[in-house]
Design a protein. Structure first.
Length: 215
């Protein structure tokens, strides 16, 4: 055990071992509620095909490899944790040159860069199935509400006035609605047909009445 620990904190494995210890400390703090999973999260949800005002082209291009490696597509600390473990394992399994206490610029720099490069690609492969799994789910999306039935709560609904309630799993959702037919009144059901972004209103139509079947 003593020889194993000595090897972990000798060159070239020392940086990977220290990083792994820091990550372990982070997860311990998270268990006790001192930090969150989104600690140090990076927001890289950028469209690299669109020129960003005030951002040099060379910096915009720099986001491409980060997105390729899934940095920003999964929680940053999760990515760093997988990378640190992969880097530590590579440095211990591919232990060349042999562990030694003093830093050797040429050999150790090459070994550290080699281990880090292999670990980065392993992290890319491991995190690939996790892409999008941690994205927040947008509530009340337009495509989810169109076609649903709401209940008119105002005396009438016109092309300039009207409100309705939409039943949800929690509290009812209050909507500003519009209808030009003038046939909707309080308590009537209505079908949501579209959303007017500019006015933040929903356009509704009366619920179709099914013809009664002959007896």
């Amino acid at each position: 055990m003593e020889q194993f620990i000595e090897g972990c904190f000798s060159w070239p494995s020392c940086p990977a071992s220290v990083l792994l210890l820091l990550v372990c400390a982070y997860w311990i703090l998270m268990v006790f509620g001192a930090v969150d999973l989104d600690f140090l999260d990076l927001d890289l949800d950028l469209n690299v095909d669109v020129e960003l005002d005030g951002v040099p082209a060379i910096l915009q291009a720099g986001f491409i490899p980060l997105k390729f490696l899934n940095i920003g597509s999964v929680p940053t600390m999760l990515w760093v944790s997988i990378f640190s473990l992969a880097c530590w394992m590579v440095s211990r399994l591919w232990n060349s040159p042999s562990p030694h206490p003093s830093f050797q610029w040429s050999a150790d720099t090459t070994a550290i860069l080699r281990d880090s490069g292999v670990a980065v690609m392993l992290t890319k492969v491991i995190t690939q199935p996790l892409r999008g799994r941690f994205d927040p789910v947008e509530p009340n999306r337009v495509e989810d509400l169109v076609g649903r039935t709401c209940k008119v709560t105002t005396s009438e609904v016109t092309d300039a006035f009207g409100e309705a309630e939409l039943a949800t799993d929690g509290a009812p959702l209050r909507l500003k609605i519009r209808n030009s037919s003038g046939t909707l009144h309080k308590g009537d059901p209505a079908v949501i047909v579209e959303f007017h972004t500019s006015e933040n209103t929903w356009f509704v139509e009366p619920l179709p009445v099914r013809d009664e079947l002959p007896h």
